[in-house]
Design a protein around this ligand. Structure first.
Ligand code: ADP
Ligand code: ASP
Ligand code: MG
Length: 813
């Protein structure tokens, strides 16, 4: 095997004199027998040359100054890198520039740019960069326009290999003793010797062609990223380097828009079985991506790409069913009109054929098809030909999907959960790619959702937290602790991107940790909050409502309709107006956005999820009863005939176990709200007013201020004392309980006398206890018991809901 290595350096590696020096250092550090160095123009130069021709043809005199600037840039580069030794090269550039100026002047007369003129002018950048690099490396320069014979073909530029080999064999650079040859990328000649090019981005193709012509062991394409990434890093920042892939995979990725390599590059290398390595000029130690005949089994999906600015053309009609040749006729007509078809999808009923074409050709394609099927349209066999603009094609690529049945399901699952509508689907015959047509505006979100769906990156959940109070803060702290582990183990990136409270709105793109609350917020409202959270480049948005506000609950239906998931410990929706409750259910069913509220009952205890499991598995619930208030639970465990009730209330208030105004607990309304939420879970649209509630606030003290209330309560100690003593005499205790009787349709909250042996008599501290009597659990009811109040456990309940939604979105939980 020869030890010739072909290197191709892209414009990004040759942007400045320093970069050129860096490239020379990379080459000097390698001890190959022979180095063939194919170069692009300095970064931006090809674009600038194309622009010059356009300006001149448009008679815009700005071309003169721009042409001077381009000349200046190259002359400075020569003098900086080569000094005195660069005189000959400098002259050559100046004479090219003089010719270019002549040509541009001519274009101002022609007022158009003939193809030959564009081909000649746009290739000058490579001629200049190659001569500078050859000077710097002390190497021979091979001007590809002398040897590489190319002609435009239907599938891109075709190489006349025989003619090229013959010409190269005659060239002085064919001398095998030359250790280094610098070759111009991009440019070529046609059969008649006129300058042409391999098309934009074509230097990669040049790299492969000369790699093969010089019988290299390897073709290395040096650029500004670590290798072929699983997606375009500008759109999916989490994209990662693929270590190895097959030629076919690389082709599909390149064809569907991965700019890192030009699709035609792959074939010469594949035919000669010469591996291609993609390397990073700015990180040479990274091994890069190896593209060869074998490829790699893992991961089964190598990448996800997107072609933008397409149009979807659809031919529809019942008359097409069973008529052979319709598709052929359609595509033949498009081909005759030189409209390239990027993707074809046919419904299995043959009722419609869709194909996607470059956006600017959309209208023309419709006309071409209408002309081709003029008879069928007239007699109704074909009903309609129409076009949808602003379409993007998203393709997943991987050899591993052949015969792997779950791939399509995962793709559509990921798109569906992100609420992205698929307009057409095509699977390549090779089973190496599945392509979907989607709306252009959803492309980035789709790329990210699918990327995460195949575990190529974590599934990002963009969260807006409302109400950074006790519970909200505790949640932020819990998230800060768990985030890294969840990203690593469970493929989920739970990212709080906005926090909205009374003080204002905190916004960020990365995760906002609890500390952000000590910085000053911006001003904001619900609209700016939600717009930021539901960014169009992130697939999944969620609002976590830790406020206790009815005003926030009023917005749930709108948010759910927009596809935003909601998690909350706020009881206002569940216990508020039935209409609004039903609107939320409907909005959630319509958009697929989830609404979860486990922490509204029993804080972190699994009360609602347990009830759902019972119902969903077909059990029938008879009664739900228990102690639903940690505060009242605590008070009545301590209450016996020895301590006055008012003293206990004062103590509990001091310990922070009650609301600032203890009447908010003693009234029992909060317990009634929880009962309402549970009833509605059973499908019983109970209203808060229909719960019979025994308030422990004496009517006379309802309107007193808090301190008056606290001292006034003493006057009511005696009757309470009598009640507890009477109960004790019967071997009973007092407990503030809630009870839902499903058959009798009765809901009540009251101070109840229970035997000492009753499970409710033995709760601890602020425990909640919920007992379900059901058809399956009748002799021994099912009991959920544990701490049911406090910011930590409430936040944990909210967190668990967030994770359940994340699991539904594809996190591995
Ligand atoms: P060069 O000047 O070296 O030819 P290009 O700009 O043509 O470089 O191509 C490299 C760029 O391609 C990267 O900087 C990256 O932004 C973009 N790119 C798009 N898709 C991918 C992908 N899947 N993997 C790697 N890079 C990609
Ligand atoms: N310089 C050419 C272009 O910009 C070719 C290339 O860089 O690949 O299209
Ligand atoms: Mg390139």
């Amino acid at each position: 095997m020869s030890n010739t290595i072909t290197y191709k350096f892209g414009g990004s590696s040759l942007g400045t004199p320093e970069r050129m020096r860096h490239v020379a250092a990379i080459l000097d550090a390698r001890h190959d027998e022979r180095q063939i160095v194919v170069v692009s123009a300095m970064q931006g130069v090809t674009n600038a040359l194309v622009e010059l021709t356009q300006l001149a043809a448009a008679r815009d005199s700005a071309w003169r100054a721009k042409q001077q600037a381009l000349q200046q840039k190259h002359i400075e580069t020569v003098s900086e890198l080569l000094g005195e030794n660069g005189a000959a090269i400098g002259h050559r550039i100046l004479s090219d520039c003089a010719e270019l100026a002549e040509l541009l002047k001519a274009l101002t007369i022609l007022r158009t740019t003939p193809k030959g003129a564009l081909d000649w002018a746009s290739g000058l950048g490579e001629v200049w960069s190659a001569s500078i690099m050859a000077g710097l490396l002390g190497a021979e320069m091979l001007d590809a326009r002398e040897v590489l014979v190319a002609r435009p073909g239907e599938l891109g530029v075709q190489i006349d290999w025989d003619a090229t080999r013959e010409r190269l064999a005659q060239h002085r650079c064919a001398d095998a003793t030359l250790k280094r040859v610098v070759v111009t990328g991009f440019v070529a000649r046609d059969e008649d010797g006129r300058a042409s090019t391999l098309g934009r981005n074509g230097s990669d193709y040049s790299g492969a062609i000369f790699g093969v012509l010089f019988q290299s062991a390897e073709i290395q394409i040096w650029t500004d990223v670590d290798g072929v990434l699983s997606a375009d890093p500008r759109r999916v920042p989490e994209a990662r380097v693929v270590d190895r892939m097959s030629f076919e995979e690389a082709f599909e990725l390149a064809y569907f828009g991965a700019k890192v390599i030009h699709p035609q590059t792959l074939w010469p290398a594949a035919r000669a079985a010469t591996p291609i390595i993609i390397k990073n000029t700015f990180n040479p130690a990274h091994p890069g991506t190896r593209i060869d005949a074998q490829g790699a089994q893992e991961p089964p999906i190598k990448g996800i790409t997107c072609v933008e600015q397409c149009a979807l053309v659809e031919l529809k009609g019942a008359g097409m069913i069973g008529v052979p040749g319709t598709a052929e006729r359609a595509f033949a007509a498009l081909r005759a009109a030189s409209i390239s078809v990027v993707m074809i999808a046919q419904a299995s009923s043959e009722h419609s054929i869709s194909c996607s074409v470059p956006g600017p050709d959309g209208e023309r394609a419709v006309q071409v098809l209408k002309d081709a099927f003029v008879l069928e349209l007239a007699n109704g066999q074909i009903q309609n030909v129409h076009v949808t603009g602003s379409v993007a094609l998203l393709a997943i690529v991987g050899d591993g999907m052949a015969g792997a049945p779950g791939t399509a399901a995962r793709l559509f699952g990921a798109l569906g959960r992100a609420g992205i509508n698929v307009r057409a689907i095509a699977q390549g015959g090779s089973e190496r790619n599945i392509t979907v047509a989607i709306d252009h505006s959803e492309a980035t979100r789709a790329l990210r959702a699918v990327h995460a769906g195949f575990y190529l990156s974590a599934q990002t959940l963009s969260i807006g937290l409302i109400g950074p109070g006790h519970v909200g803060k505790a949640l932020l702290e819990q998230l800060d602790q768990a985030r890294a582990r969840l990203a690593e183990q469970s493929n989920v990136d739970i990212r709080v991107r906005a926090i909205f409270g009374r003080r204002g709105l905190w916004r960020g793109d990365g995760h906002l940790s609890a500390e952000v609350l000590s910085t000053p917020p911006d001003s904001g409202d619900f609209v700016s909050l939600v717009d930021h959270v539901q960014a169009d480049f992130l697939p999944h948005a969620m609002i976590v409502d830790c406020s206790a506000s009815n005003e926030v609950a009023a917005r749930y239906p709108e948010w759910l309709r927009r596809g935003i998931h909601i998690v909350t410990p706020n009881k206002h929706l569940g216990a508020g107006a039935v209409d609004r409750y039903l609107a939320v259910r409907q909005a959630s069913a319509g958009s697929g956005a989830r609404f979860r509220y486990e922490a509204t009952v029993g804080a972190g205890l699994p009360v609602i999820s347990t009830l759902r499991d019972l119902l969903d598995t077909g059990d029938q619930v008879f009664t739900i009863e228990g102690i639903f208030s940690g505060t009242l639970g605590f008070l009545f465990q301590r209450f016996d005939a020895r301590v006055p009730f008012s003293e206990l209330v004062a103590e509990a208030r001091q310990l922070g176990y009650t609301e600032p105004d203890p009447r908010d607990d003693l009234r029992g309304t909060d317990v009634a709200r929880k009962l309402t939420i549970l009833a509605r879970e059973l499908g019983w649209m109970l209203q808060l007013e229909d719960v019979a509630v025994e308030s422990l606030v004496p009517a006379a003290l309802e309107h007193a201020d808090v301190e008056q209330f606290m001292s006034g309560l003493k006057a009511f100690d005696a009757p309470m004392q009598e009640r507890v003593a009477a109960a004790a005499a019967r071997g009973c205790v007092l407990r503030y309980t809630a009870r839902l009787d499903v058959q009798a349709k009765r809901a009540e909250v009251a101070l109840t006398e229970l035997p000492n042996t009753h499970p409710f008599a033995h709760t601890k501290a602020t425990d909640n206890i919920v007992q379900f009597s059901t058809r399956r659990y009748s002799a021994h009811p099912m009991v959920v018991q544990g701490p049911g109040a406090g910011p930590e456990v409430t936040a944990a309940g909210v967190f668990a809901d967030i994770l359940r939604i994340a699991a539904g979105l594809g996190a591995r939980l």
